[in-house]
Structure formats: C-alpha cells, structure tokens
Design a protein. Structure first.
Length: 190
C-alpha cells in the first residue's frame, strides 16, 4: 500500500515535470515531432497518399476484394514510409558531408590565427595545447569531413532514422504476411 506522503510527493513531482512553461518553450516542444517529418502519417499528405493508392493498385491487381485492397494499401504505406526514411537519411548525410561555406572557412582561419600564439608559447601545459588543437581540428570546416567524423557527430539523428526504418520494415513484413495469408485463403475456397 502506498503511503499518503508518497502519493503527495508523486503528485508534486508530476506537476513539476510537465514540460516547458514559457511560450517559446512550448512552441519549441510542439515542433519536436516535425524534425524530419517522418512521424507524420502518410494520409496527411495528398501527394504521398496518391502514391500509396497507385502502389496498392499495382500490388493488389485488378478485380480484387475490399479486404485484399486494404491489405495491399497497408503494404504500400509501409513501403512508401520505408522510401521516405531512406530519402531522409540520404538527404541528411548529403547535407552533413557537403562542403563548408566561405563564412565558416573565414571564421575557422581567424580562430586558427588567434590560437597560434598560444600553441607556440612554451608556458601552457601540453594538455591545454592538445585540447586547443583538437577543438580546432574538430570544428574546422576547412578540413574535409570524413564519413566516420560525420557518423560520430550525428549518431543521435542517424539512430532515430534507423528506428523509423526498422518500424517501416516491420510493418511492411507484417503486411506482406497478411496479404499472402489472405491470398492463400481465397485460393483455398471451393
């Protein structure tokens, strides 16, 4: 049995942790799911909905029952979702690996010229110099960004995209199984 003190404490904690309280914070939090638009249902975009309908007709074929049409639509939705995720990943990696713009390059050159006297001075400890060098190398858009560097820096976003892809693959697999089972059941009818 939970004590009344514990219940009161839990309620106070719940009231304190209800998200941002400022208008700007609530606006920002409201857009959390729109970071790459993959959590939005396909049915909300008419262009994508048309693609799903077309693919579902191709999968189901002509003159099929309503049940088969619905199952083919589920499969088509999962396939289009999978394509959306893969396109989002491709666009994300393309942006992450693209070359720097001139303003960033100038800023990096200024930062390097500002850090040079500190690096040449024998008084600071070697660990401080190493930290300065590391920060310049990591933050420098002048240096080519390797795929490993991009992956290390953007692992959180790539992990989120991977979760979306796994969900889409799972939904497609279940839709394929359901469609196959329905087709077998129809073929077995006398």
């Amino acid at each position: 049995m939970t004590s009344s003190a514990k219940i009161t404490s839990n309620r106070a904690n719940a009231r304190a942790s209800t998200g941002p309280h400022s208008k700007a914070g609530r606006r920002r939090a409201a857009r959390n799911a729109l970071r790459h638009g993959l959590s939005i249902s396909i049915d909300h975009d008419p262009n994508v909905s048309k693609q799903v309908d077309k693919l579902a007709r191709e999968i189901a074929g002509p003159d099929v029952t309503r049940e088969l049409q619905d199952l083919a639509r589920r499969m088509a939705q999962a396939q289009i979702d999978l394509l959306r995720v893969r396109l989002a990943r491709h666009q994300f990696l393309s942006r992450a690996l693209s070359g720097p713009d001139r303003h960033k390059l100038r800023a990096t050159m200024r930062a390097m010229s500002d850090a040079l006297p500190m690096l040449l001075d024998p008084r600071p400890p070697e660990s401080t110099k190493r930290a300065i060098l590391d920060s310049l190398l990591v933050d420098s858009p002048a240096l080519p960004r390797s795929l490993a560097t991009v992956l290390a820096q953007e692992v959180k976003t790539l992990y989120a995209l991977d979760r979306y892809e796994k969900r889409a693959l799972s939904r497609r697999e279940f839709a394929i199984r359901a469609l196959d089972a329905a087709c077998v059941a129809i073929d077995e009818l006398p």
